[in-house]
Design a protein around this ligand. Structure first.
Ligand SMILES: CC(C)(COP(=O)(O)OP(=O)(O)OC[C@H]1O[C@@H](n2cnc3c(N)ncnc32)[C@H](O)[C@@H]1OP(=O)(O)O)[C@@H](O)C(=O)NCCC(=O)NCCS
Length: 190
């Protein structure tokens, strides 16, 4: 089923959240937002040095905008991009073409207002519309908030790699792998 973009959701504070596909014009906001979250050092794997400059962001974005079955969706609040979700299929091509991965970041000032839920709802709709049978994500074991969000959407923990990361101010944390079956393709039948 095709999706009529943009999708609109009500934020907890009553404002409107708009979720749409990213465009090249979003690159500066995507770059600044990812840099801010990377600098926190405790939510996303990428280091702030690894975010690179604006051309690096444009290069990352181009891949999402030009590759079939990949998507980067952005969340807008009051006309500003405040978060994004990146979706891409398994890396090998055939054996793992039935699932996609989900990676979210959200600006600190916009957390707790329903934007993460809106991004996840739109991401699941996109993944189903592309025919994916499963969606997966990986979360730091210390990230109770993200784990709670994904659980609410039905993701189940599927594994835990012990002591995979050392986070500033937190210490050693596990990598929690989470997955959700989509459409008619339950994980049990894969
Ligand atoms: C995790 C994250 C994506 C959630 O998005 P969000 O917009 O803040 O969350 P929402 O407001 O949509 O709430 C979704 C659920 O998160 C949890 N949550 C919300 N606010 C919370 C808070 N202050 N503390 C703990 N959990 C909270 C609740 O389970 C909530 O469900 P509810 O609305 O039914 O209570 C976002 O907070 C975030 O980016 N956090 C830091 C970075 C991060 O962890 N990124 C994900 C890496 S995988």
């Amino acid at each position: 089923m095709s999706i009529e973009w943009p999708l609109r959701y009500a934020a907890k504070d009553g404002r409107q959240i708009i979720i749409r596909h990213a465009a090249y014009g979003d690159a500066p906001a995507l770059h600044a937002g990812l840099l801010e979250v990377a600098r926190e050092g405790i939510h996303v794997g990428i280091e702030h040095e690894g975010v690179g400059d604006l051309p690096a962001e444009i290069k990352r974005l181009r891949r999402y905008l030009t590759t079939p079955r990949m998507a980067r969706l952005v969340a807008e609040l009051d006309g500003q991009v405040v978060g994004a979700v990146s979706l891409k299929p398994g890396p090998f091509g055939n054996k793992d073409r039935h699932w996609c991965s989900l990676e979210v970041w959200l600006a600190p000032a916009s957390r707790g207002n329903g934007v993460g839920s809106a991004l996840t709802t739109a991401a699941l709709a996109w993944a189903e519309s592309e025919g994916f049978q499963k969606i997966v994500t990986a979360v730091f074991g210390s990230d109770d908030w993200a784990i709670a969000l994904y659980r609410e959407f039905g993701f189940k923990p599927e594994g835990r790699q012990k002591e995979m990361f050392i986070l500033p101010g937190i210490g050693c944390v596990d990598n929690v792998l989470m997955g959700l079956g989509l459409g008619n393709g339950s994980q049990a039948s894969l």
